[in-house]
Design a protein around this ligand. Structure first.
Ligand code: ADP
Ligand code: MG
Ligand code: MG
Length: 927
């Protein structure tokens, strides 16, 4: 028979701190604190296994299983406290508290003061001689039990309470006297009967049974489910239930309650003991904000007073610290602080209650903290010799580092700002700028030195230029994976998406938010970490990459094996990434700058004639007679001229791009991907653009239209793209290779690597490689120099992964393009999958969105085949990942385990990847 209940109290405990999974974090730590003699009220923990049973067999059957153990535990608790449950002269009251293995503060339910009834109320009054306190406890109990167990809405109780307060003319709950509280109880009882159709249960055993059920039930309340989803808490059995003897912070002015952090949870500072307390109150009052609590320490109290403009004399009289009011209790609590930190080697968040001048500790856990506090605390704990370096590295959530990399609002400024609405926090950071409603305006304004916020109903690929120059992006439609959100995160740019209360009118260039009308040029500010939109300019500051952050990053570098590169297409991004610790560029997309200024004209010129040139050249080669040849040559002349002109125009532009990036990289390697996207993405689809091309190319408009239409594809992602373009139009590969090589000649010490995209067959690579090698040789000859350029390929088509052993013979490196590889191996179109992937993840068909977290089972398996195949023919083949997975901690760990050489990710995820790589290495070491 399993054991479902673990007792703790009076210096002993059946459980211990290592039993979190079974007892929950709260239960395990209560047991631990009890066992080392801390003043913890006695109690017992019903295990998470019982919770699983609750869901499996239902509450009736569960209580049959529990009944004998529960009876024994209550008897034991009665003995430990010298009280009796539900009757007698000295009634035992308990709290029934939730607590899972992962801390989920405030998400599940707890009931206090359980065991009260008209009978026990009278006994307690007789015993304590303090009727006010007893009636206060009873009304609290009816309220909590009524809400949590009986499902009576909170505001019903508030309504009754307010009515009595009004009647007797007091503002605070704590000002209600015995008679008033008795009336509150009577009104509560009547209201509950009306709401539920039944009398409030007065039998203590029944109360307990139903309390336990409600706490188990709260494991699956919508709030708790959402919290687990957001924090990616998985694989737990459920919550434990802690039944614990009550201690009373509400029994008078020698009593009180509070919450404290052993270090500052928002900055990590360790200057004093951070916490708040209330005199004559129960625990939930502090959190619920019923009264404003005071600071625990004198130093904290003074700092608070300064920030609130409260004079020292006012502070002393009206807001004194616990240190001043109860110096002995404070001393004892401060000793507990030191003891707990030394025991758990981490910042603790603890709850305490003082009953008639005696201190009790009710909870301790590793405190939640901001990323800034996390790095500060971890590095401080190393210095204090509480933890070693590896532990510090493991303590930081890599994804949270993102918070530290973006500009932030000055706290004081944000507090004062006028909030207009709140959208989705799509990409973190803070941004202030003038409103513009289209990408063109964004570019124009920013050229003249203005900070702009691009406000769109939604964004599309044509807006990239405008998004790039904007300080922040606001959209009224779309979710966390909308174009705006994805691109903004990639750029490390602040973005608030899907702000539905914003009504944009493009033609009038205005937007309305909750009655406020804003025009183009007006200032707004966005908080991408909370989704808040503010009127006017809120002041920001740049984050500091020094101090504890730098220390943690240095440690990460010390322990990781995996290299970290970045995906960058511009010198600016490359510089940013290097500042974040990137060791080179793992993916430089050559087409990225094709949209800029005049370039698009050249690109369009090239694309529009490329196919004609190709076909005529083929005809020419097959032509028999000289006359036939001459006729074809005549036809070829004009398009060929356009084609060559376009290539000649693009060559120096691309070369300059590469020179800029190579310079920024200062000798670090740079993997350049040859032209990849389907051509029609660059074509003029609008009449104006087509007219312009007709003029520039001296063609009829109808001819341009025809060419554009001929390039349309039914399924472009599987169409004429990637190396297929280079195979069709070898001159483009040649031009791009030449631009790379000539840039390498110009920038001494640069280390370009040329990467051929979308290979499925080794023969594709062989063909492209021949062109690349010939071009390298030509540039070397022309410049009388030797270039050291690697030639590699992407592995992103399943066929390439399966035939990697053959491909490996022809290549210096593999770079896994996990976006396309996911798309093609799952047959999920990246542009359409959003419609159903949400459901897939909800149902558990896929554990995570495979475009965000690498699908190890499927896509990862293909990668493993490719790694093994590749290493078979070329044991030292360099292998890496480019694609957004390269900055996602779980995927990074997988790449580490696979034995890849590096990951490459967007600049703002470089620190995340560095830390995730270190954690993967350390986990391997431990495991
Ligand atoms: P949460 O997870 O919401 O913090 P808890 O179970 O910790 O829920 O309890 C809510 C509040 O009630 C806390 O302030 C806690 O300290 C207080 N509390 C819980 N059990 C007792 C008890 N036995 N005696 C006095 N206060 C208690
Ligand atoms: Mg708590
Ligand atoms: Mg690709």
């Amino acid at each position: 028979m399993s054991k479902y209940i673990y007792f703790f109290g009076n210096g002993k405990a059946e459980g211990q701190s290592s039993m979190r999974a079974l007892l929950g974090g709260k239960g395990a730590n209560l047991a631990d604190m009890a066992s080392i003699g801390l003043p913890v009220p006695p109690g017992f923990t019903i295990t998470t296994e019982a919770c699983a049973k609750f869901y499996e067999i239902g509450e009736g059957e569960l209580h049959k299983l529990l009944s004998a153990e529960l009876d024994a535990a209550i008897t034991r608790l009665e003995t430990a406290t010298g009280k009796t449950f539900g009757h007698g002269a000295n009634p035992l009251l308990v709290s029934v508290r939730s607590g899972a293995a992962a801390s989920m503060p405030g998400m599940m339910d707890t009931v206090l003061n359980l065991g009260l009834s008209p009978e026990t109320v009278q006994a307690m009054i007789a015993r304590t001689g303090n009727p006010r306190f007893v009636w206060d406890s009873f009304r609290r109990f009816i309220q909590m039990f009524g809400n949590v167990v009986l499902g009576v809405e909170h505001h019903r109780f508030e309504h009754e309470l307010a009515a009595v307060k009004d009647k007797v003319g007091v503002k605070l709950d704590s000002d209600l006297d015995e008679n008033a509280l008795q009336e509150v109880v009577a009104r509560y009882m009547r209201m509950v009967r009306k709401e539920t159709g039944k009398d409030f249960p007065v039998d203590a055993r029944e109360q307990l049974r139903r309390g336990i059920n409600a706490v188990f039930g709260s494991w699956n309340n919508p709030r708790a489910i959402k919290y687990r989803e957001l924090n990616d808490i998985r694989g737990l059995l459920g919550t434990a239930v802690n039944v614990q003897a009550m201690v009373f912070g509400n029994s008078g002015n020698q009593s009180g309650t509070g919450v404290a952090f052993t270090r500052d949870p928002s900055t990590g500072d360790n200057r004093y003991f951070y916490g708040e307390y209330l005199i004559n109150a129960q625990g939930e009052d502090v959190v619920a904000g019923i009264r404003t609590p005071n600071q625990i320490t004198l130093a904290g109290s003074r700092a608070w007073a300064r920030s609130q403009n409260v004079s020292e004399s006012d502070r002393k009289r009206n807001y004194p610290s616990l240190e001043e009011v109860m110096p002995e209790i404070f001393k004892e609590l401060d000793d507990v602080r030191v003891l707990l930190e030394n025991r758990y080697h981490d910042m603790q968040d603890l709850e305490f209650t003082i009953e008639d001048g005696k201190l009790y500790i009710l909870q301790t856990r590793n405190g939640k903290r901001t990323a800034a506090a996390a790095v500060k605390i971890a590095t401080d704990l190393i210095k204090e010799k509480m933890i070693d370096e590896a532990t510090a590295v493991m303590r930081i959530d890599p994804a949270s580092l993102d918070q530290l990399l973006h500009p932030v609002f000055l706290k004081s400024a944000e507090a004062k700002a006028e909030k207009l609405t709140v959208g989705l926090p799509a990409s973190p950071g803070a941004a202030a700028g003038r409103i513009v409603f289209c990408a063109d305006a964004a570019e124009k304004w920013s050229k003249s030195g203005e900070d702009v916020i691009l406000c769109r109903i939604e964004t599309s690929p044509e807006d990239i230029g405008g998004m790039h120059v904007a300080r922040g992006i606001l959209t009224t439609r779309g979710g966390m994976t909308s174009h705006a959100a994805v691109v903004a995160r990639g750029m490390g740019k602040c973005c608030v998406a899907g702000a539905g209360e914003v009504d944009i009118n493009y033609s009038q260039r205005t937007m309305k938010i909750n009655g406020v009308t804003l025009r183009e040029g007006d200032w707004i500010s966005l908080n991408g970490s909370t989704g808040a939109v503010y009127k006017d300019k809120v002041e920001t500051e740049n984050p500091k990459l020094t101090g504890p952050f730098a220390t943690i990053m240095a440690l990460a570098d010390k322990y990781r094996r995996l290299g970290v590169r970045t995906n960058a297409d511009t010198p600016r991004d490359a510089l940013q990434a290097v500042a974040f610790g990137a060791e080179g560029v793992g993916l430089c997309r050559t087409e990225h700058m094709f949209f800029e200024g005049e370039r698009i004209i050249s690109v369009r010129r090239m694309i529009l004639v490329a196919e004609t040139v190709k076909q005529l050249k083929a005809q020419l080669a097959a032509a028999g007679s000289a006359a036939e040849k001459a006729a074809i040559e005549r036809k070829l002349a004009a398009p060929l001229k356009q084609y060559n002109q376009a290539l000649e125009e693009l060559l120096p532009l691309q070369r300059e791009d590469f020179i800029g990036i190579f310079k920024a990289l200062k000798g670090r390697p740079c993997t350049v991907r040859l032209l990849d996207p389907p051509l029609h993405e660059f074509l003029p689809h609008d009449a104006e653009g087509q007219r312009e091309m007709a003029k520039r190319m001296d063609l009829k408009l109808s001819e341009v239209k025809r060419l554009v239409e001929s390039l349309q594809e039914v399924n472009p992602m599987l169409g004429h793209r990637g190396c297929r373009l280079g195979i069709s139009y070898p001159e483009v590969t040649e031009m791009q290779t030449r631009a790379i090589c000539e840039a390498a000649v110009k920038v001494k010490g640069s280390r370009p690597e040329i990467m051929v995209p979308l290979i499925g067959s080794v023969k594709e690579l062989q063909e492209q490689k021949a062109i690349i090698e010939a071009t390298i040789a030509a540039v070397e000859r022309e410049n009388k120099t030797k270039l050291n350029i690697l030639i590699g390929t992407m592995i992103e088509v399943p066929r390439a992964a399966l035939t990697a052993d053959a491909i490996a013979r022809e290549t210096d490196f593999f770079s896994f393009g996990t976006n396309d590889l996911t798309q093609m191996s799952c047959a999920f179109s990246r542009d359409d999958a959003e419609k159903f992937l949400g459901t897939y993840v909800e149902r558990g068909i896929f554990e995570y969105d495979p475009f965000t977290v690498l699908d190890q089972e499927g896509v990862g398996h293909l990668m493993r085949i490719a790694v093994e195949g590749g290493r078979k023919t070329s044991p030292n083949l360099k292998m890496g990942v480019c694609g957004e997975h390269g900055g996602e901690p779980r995927s990074v760990a997988f790449c580490h385990d696979l034995g890849l050489n590096y990951v490459s990710c967007s600049p703002y995820r470089v620190p995340i990847a560095r830390l995730a790589a270190a954690q993967a290495a350390l986990r391997k070491r431990e495991g």
